[in-house]
Design a protein around this ligand. Structure first.
Ligand SMILES: *[C@@H]1O[C@H](CO)[C@@H](O)[C@H](O)[C@H]1NC(C)=O
Ligand SMILES: *[C@@H]1O[C@H](CO)[C@@H](O)[C@H](O)[C@H]1NC(C)=O
Ligand SMILES: *[C@@H]1O[C@H](CO)[C@@H](O)[C@H](O)[C@H]1NC(C)=O
Ligand SMILES: *[C@@H]1O[C@H](CO)[C@@H](O)[C@H](O)[C@H]1NC(C)=O
Ligand SMILES: *[C@@H]1O[C@H](CO)[C@@H](O)[C@H](O)[C@H]1NC(C)=O
Ligand SMILES: *[C@@H]1O[C@H](CO)[C@@H](O)[C@H](O)[C@H]1NC(C)=O
Ligand SMILES: *[C@@H]1O[C@H](CO)[C@@H](O)[C@H](O)[C@H]1NC(C)=O
Ligand SMILES: *[C@@H]1O[C@H](CO)[C@@H](O)[C@H](O)[C@H]1NC(C)=O
Ligand SMILES: *[C@@H]1O[C@H](CO)[C@@H](O)[C@H](O)[C@H]1NC(C)=O
Ligand SMILES: *[C@@H]1O[C@H](CO)[C@@H](O)[C@H](O)[C@H]1NC(C)=O
Length: 393
């Protein structure tokens, strides 16, 4: 194939989602004008409010929520930084929540510096914690500590940092630095909260929850809501699905198969090649007994999405838009920001599913934790067995 031909294909393919995007956008604008006067209990905003009040009821008497909502006005900072390779959305959420807990424990102002693959504000905005990144004036000569523990860095260094967070007085060790810039995808939340030097501070945060029970699993759903609310672009995308799923049982499939023609720069997971077929068989045999079910699919493969949409022509949907791995993408693509919006819209939508079928992925396991009942109706493609199994967590 000549390069001209390849270029032509790339250009023509990349326009399709843009066109469809505009058409659906016009539709949702019309819809919102028509329904402007009646309340909309089905929208993402309403559902997030309901979710937040449910989490408040659950945690209000247990955790010290005031402490969690605090973003210290100290002129010292901890900054979560993601300006190049920092993993997918699951990795980033692990890094962000870890950095946030470290900021709380060290009484530092917390900020998020993320412009990769494009500005984080395109997809989420600060909710209760204002983490807006403000660049410090270089001439102020602030002292900076850069902590990068992404897997590409030396193991000895990464272990050193984990040990420090687990069992050293990191408040003291870091005290001479004005800004601590963290790039990480590890979970430092649990070890930091169990650190013996942080005992007083941790007890202030945890309130009634014994430190021994302070695991990441308990907080993440709540921390996510404290930190983030969806941008308008994300809300519009999610609402375009939710409006059709009112009064219906939403069965969601996350099909992550790794390197494939849609996602050529990703890692290959050969054991996952039959995920789509297994999920279809499972849904047909065990789940699809409710005529009111609606199937939502998200995948890193456009083939997988179209297989699902074709198999369920009258009862399946996906969010239209370019498929992008937010860490492994073609930098020349003109639709990167639009792809980022779709990824986060998919993430929010997976939090609204009554039934969820997952691939092995941080993305969908985080999404699952946002569901009303994270442990119910949860299934997983088991690569070793080549089968869907119920997950009992
Ligand atoms: C940071 O705040 C302290 C007191 O709150 C102040 O003494 C110090 O000058 C401030 N440093 C900078 C760089 O603004
Ligand atoms: C959040 O912080 C930024 C930077 O300090 C500020 O410009 C913005 O007004 C703040 N937002 C709110 C809602 O307080
Ligand atoms: C940075 O600080 C210097 C000296 O205090 C000042 O002249 C300059 O305008 C500041 N720059 C910005 C972008 O605030
Ligand atoms: C900036 O800090 C360095 C190291 O602490 C010091 O050597 C240098 O003199 C400082 N420069 C200014 C302009 O304060
Ligand atoms: C580990 O960190 C300590 C200080 O926190 C430092 O003195 C030591 O050199 C580090 N070791 C390695 C292997 O990086
Ligand atoms: C923790 O609190 C106790 C009692 O209030 C106090 O005696 C102790 O010094 C504190 N420890 C630290 C590390 O601040
Ligand atoms: C809750 O957190 C706030 C802010 O950090 C603190 O002032 C207060 O003492 C804490 N409450 C309890 C009961 O520990
Ligand atoms: C996928 O299914 C095909 C046909 O049933 C089979 O030959 C192949 O071994 C399967 N692949 C994996 C990784 O299980
Ligand atoms: C119908 O589906 C639900 C799960 O959605 C399952 O619990 C139930 O056993 C199914 N019933 C039949 C008859 O298959
Ligand atoms: C989908 O809907 C069309 C039109 O209502 C109908 O003719 C067709 O049989 C349906 N297909 C399936 C698989 O239910």
């Amino acid at each position: 194939m000549s390069w001209r031909f390849i270029l032509m294909i790339i250009i023509s393919i990349s326009w399709i989602p843009i066109l469809i995007f505009f058409v659906t956008n016009i539709n949702s604008k019309l819809i919102s004008q028509v329904q402007i006067t009646i309340s909309k209990p089905w929208t993402l905003v309403t559902r997030n409010n309901v979710r937040l009040s449910r989490l408040y009821k659950k945690y209000n008497l247990l955790l010290n929520l005031t402490a969690f909502k605090t973003n210290h006005l100290s002129n010292k900072t901890i900054i979560y930084s993601c300006t190049s390779f920092c993993g997918g959305w699951g990795d980033r959420l692990r890094g962000i929540t870890s950095a946030y807990i470290l900021a709380l424990l060290t009484d530092r102002h917390f900020m998020i510096d993320m412009n990769y693959p494009c500005d984080i504000l395109k997809v989420v905005e600060p909710n209760f914690v204002n983490w807006t990144y403000v660049k410090h004036n270089k001439s102020k000569n602030r002292t900076r500590l850069y902590i990068n523990t992404m897997p590409s860095w030396q193991k000895a260094y990464r272990n050193n940092i984990s040990n420090m967070i687990k069992s050293n007085d990191f408040v003291k060790v870091w005290s001479s630095y004005d800004d601590i810039i963290i790039s990480a995808n590890s979970d430092y939340m649990t070890p930091a909260l169990h650190n013996i030097y942080m005992l007083n501070k941790t007890q202030q945060l945890l309130g009634q929850i014994p430190i021994s029970q302070a695991t990441t699993q308990i907080f993440v759903a709540f921390l996510f809501e404290l930190l983030f609310k969806p941008s308008i672009a994300v809300r519009n995308r999610v609402d375009s699905i939710l409006i059709n799923s009112r009064h219906r049982h939403l069965i969601c499939l996350h099909i992550r198969i790794g390197k494939n023609p849609t996602n050529p720069l990703d890692v290959a997971f050969t054991a996952r090649e039959n995920t789509t077929k297994s999920m279809i068989d499972f849904v047909d045999n065990y789940l699809l007994n409710k005529s009111s079910s609606l199937i939502f699919v998200t995948s890193d493969s456009s083939q997988a999405v179209s297989d699902i949409l074709r198999h369920y022509p009258n009862s399946s949907m996906s969010i239209v838009g370019p498929i992008l791995h937010i860490d492994r993408f073609d930098r020349r693509s003109p639709t990167i920001c639009d792809g980022f919006v779709k990824v986060i819209a998919d993430f929010y939508l997976l939090g609204e599913c009554q039934t969820l079928l997952l691939s092995t992925s941080g993305f969908s396991s985080w999404a699952n934790l946002r569901r009303e009942n994270p442990n119910e109706e949860l299934y997983h493609y088991n690569e070793k067995l080549g089968k869907i199994k119920k997950l009992i967590t």
